[in-house]
Design a protein. Structure first.
Length: 722
């Protein structure tokens, strides 16, 4: 599809613009869209300008079209001289494996109040395949795209892969993504964007504790506040791949897609497969990339609108000990310190006295709870708190009534149920009977009790996950069934909130966040480890959707000991909670916790609506992060000593993202502590605060009040006179 200009055939370009981002889509030769630019705002471009851009984008061709990569579309095609990973892999018993899609009509521009949308339809008449490509640029500058593939033939079409891509410029010479493990998620790793493919694959049936999280390409040395960055994320909670590809001809792409097992999807005549959304953000520094993801999520209709309740979870306080007197005392103390929600964790159902049995038997244990959960729920409500409950609906124990009655509902490949992990297996929610069973038991719980919140866990990988009896792959169907179950529960119980927890932070993605209200960042709440875990998680997820709890004095996962102020200050920044046995606390500790909870509630509106910022500090021993109000009228910063600096202090810390033209009062917050007195070991400004222009705070900064390693301090910033 071309338009005629001055007698020449030239491609047409669509220019999408939002919040400092421009996307230029070229439509020519009946191709799917070619992204000619995705990045910084290009300003107003006339029709003549767009034609000139299209002309300027074309490269010189030599003897071979394979040497020039100027026409790779969002769905790369071998038929168009793309010699990297193809967008579609599949066949019809060995045929139709190299499709060449051609558009059937002009792209459709469908703009809404909060986004600009381009819809493109294309077919391959020889391969009997058709596609619909959707691309949206949202008001906050976040870009997303997905594809629907339809089989128009009379024979089945086996789908192997569908990958969508976006190009990045040659100056994007460095890659950043994330890895990790249980209790140590979101660990950054960097490397040069070298020739070849850097591919991160997930084959565990969930997003993963070692998930790529974000795959970023940027100018070498980019940080939180500097260097252009291009990042992609796949909104999907099952098997997936994210990759960066660089060819010898100069092409550089970021791509992502669902990772299908052999034979997992075969499309019958007229059947379709729609990919997950591939999200993409460009910005100057990682903070701007994060701001685009946050802005998108905060404008979604399902985003929580009420203040996030301070939550106490009983797990690390009592584990499987569900003694009613002990739990009631814990509830009383939770209410006393200002908690607004109490969550009963694992051990309330079936014969579950330890982790060896009863998953799948979601019936309140008559042995432990002879009167049901009602007395505890009533006690929680009487103390002014909501009641929440832990569940793990996708899992099953071999020692359970469910497994004994219906072994065919367990995932099984080759006649085996696979290896146990944490002494559990996976229930195949793709089986209608299994789905109906779990759905019925959870709906009965929601009918019998006033449950405001489900902590939804997912502790075992879905490896070797085959439908019984054939053993065909079932991860995709299971993932969609889990989504559907969450949606149905929320529909049946309006106001119900769900937390995504998967062995900690193993299911953190924008797919599950379409139907959940927060994610559990990690089973590790050691405040030192949480500095990195939360820093990485906040790059994708806004703080109000991330559980951040006050830990015990001695961490259950690392054995480290930390002062209460450091533990509480670390928990302040997200959806705050408590994961500590308050019945073991002294009166002084209880008052200290209450002080921090009051501080969180005082600043909750700012923390859960402002822009998350990080300082590019010169010394790795000191980290600086904070939240700045959208109008830059106030801010809260956290200065953290994660180690010992190589030079003596006091060091200066610069405060980013303030209005350079405004004056601000900066004060050191010391919750529950005596004010500082001027003298030895005290920086003068910390005694009574100081007023400085925003430009000075950003460029010069302030010296840090000396502190020991693994301690921190809060700086409150308010517009002077405000």
């Amino acid at each position: 599809m071309r338009t005629t200009v001055s007698g020449d055939l030239r491609p047409t370009l669509t220019h999408l613009r939002a919040d400092g981002v421009s996307v230029l889509l070229e439509h020519g030769d009946d191709l799917l869209p070619i992204v000619r630019h995705w990045g910084a705002e290009l300003g107003e471009l006339s029709g003549e300008d767009l034609q000139a851009v299209a002309l300027a984008a074309q490269l010189a061709h030599g003897d071979s079209p394979f040497d020039v990569a100027d026409e790779v579309t969002v769905l790369p095609e071998h038929a168009r001289a793309w010699i990297g990973r193809p967008g579609v892999e599949g066949s019809r018993q060995g045929r139709d494996w190299s499709p060449a899609f051609r558009t059937t009509a002009a792209p459709e521009r469908q703009d809404g109040p909060d986004h600009q949308r381009v819809l493109t339809r294309a077919v391959d008449g020889a391969a009997y395949l058709s596609v619909v490509h959707e691309l949206e640029l949202h008001a906050g500058g976040l870009l997303r795209q997905r594809l629907t593939l339809t089989n128009d033939g009379q024979e089945g079409y086996a789908v192997g892969r569908i990958r969508l891509t976006l190009p990045v410029p040659e100056r994007a010479g460095e890659l950043l993504d994330f890895t990790g493990r249980h209790t140590m998620e979101r660990i950054p790793q960097r490397q040069p964007f070298s020739a070849g493919v850097h591919s991160r694959e997930v084959r565990t049936g969930r997003t993963g504790l070692d998930a790529v999280h974000l795959l970023c390409a940027g100018e070498p040395g980019f940080g939180f506040r500097h260097g252009q960055v291009w990042a992609v994320h796949l909104g999907w909670s099952g098997n997936q791949v994210s990759y960066a590809e660089r060819l010898y001809n100069g092409a550089r792409l970021l791509g992502a897609g669902e990772l299908l097992e052999h034979g997992e999807v075969e499309l019958g005549t007229g059947e379709s497969l729609t990919t997950p959304w591939m999200y993409a953000a460009h910005g100057t520094g990682l903070d701007e990339v994060a701001s685009r993801f946050h802005a998108f999520q905060r404008t979604q209709p399902h985003h929580p609108s009420r203040p996030r309740p301070v939550t106490l979870n009983n797990w690390e306080a009592t584990y499987f000990d569900h003694s009613m007197p002990r739990l009631k005392e814990l509830v009383d103390r939770a209410s006393r310190v200002g908690a607004e929600r109490f969550v009963l964790d694992d051990g309330w159902f079936g014969g579950r006295r330890d982790d060896t049995s009863s998953l799948g038997d979601w019936v309140v244990s008559a042995e432990v709870w002879p009167k049901g959960l009602g007395p505890l729920v009533d006690h929680v409500h009487a103390r002014g708190m909501e009641f929440g409950l832990w569940v793990e609906p996708e899992m099953v124990s071999l020692d359970s009534d469910l497994a004994r009655a219906h072994p065919e509902w367990l995932f099984s490949t080759g006649g085996r149920v696979g290896l146990a992990s944490r002494q559990q297996h996976v229930l195949d929610l793709g089986h209608p009977g299994a789905y109906a069973h779990v759905r019925g038991q959870l709906l009965m719980l929601l009918r019998d009790y006033d449950i405001a919140y489900l902590k939804w866990d997912h502790n075992r990988y879905l490896n070797d996950a085959g439908h019984t009896p054939a053993g065909t792959p079932g991860v995709r169907e299971h993932t969609l069934a889990a989504y559907r179950l969450m949606d149905e529960l929320r529909s049946a119980a309006p106001g119900l909130e769900i937390e995504s927890c998967a062995g900690g932070g193993g299911r953190v993605d924008l797919g599950v966040l379409e139907r959940t209200d927060r994610v559990w960042a990690s089973d590790c709440i050691d405040p030192l480890e949480r500095q990195q875990i939360q820093r990485g998680t906040f790059l994708l997820v806004p703080p109000e959707l991330v559980g951040t709890h006050i830990a015990s004095g001695r961490s259950h996962t690392t054995g480290r000991r930390h002062d209460l102020d450091f533990r509480a200050a670390t928990a302040l920044w997200g959806h705050m909670g408590i994961e500590w046995d308050l019945t073991s606390c002294s009166e002084q500790e209880l008052e200290q916790v209450a002080t921090w909870v009051r501080l969180h509630r005082e600043h909750r509106r700012l923390l859960h609506s402002g822009a998350v910022v990080n300082g590019d500090h010169h010394d790795d021993a000191t980290w600086v992060h904070g939240v700045v109000a959208q109008d830059a009228s106030e801010a809260l910063f956290h200065v953290v000593s994660v180690g010992r600096p190589s030079t003596t202090g006091p060091h200066r810390v610069r405060l980013p993202a303030l209005d350079p033209t405004q004056r601000y009062r900066v004060e050191l917050l010391r919750p529950g502590q005596e004010p500082l007195v001027a003298g030895r070991g005290v920086v003068p400004w910390a005694v009574d605060g100081v007023v400085l222009p925003g430009r000075v705070l950003a460029e010069v900064g302030l010296p840090v009040q000396p502190m020991l390693p693994e301690h921190s301090q809060l700086w409150r910033v308010r517009r002077a006179g405000g």
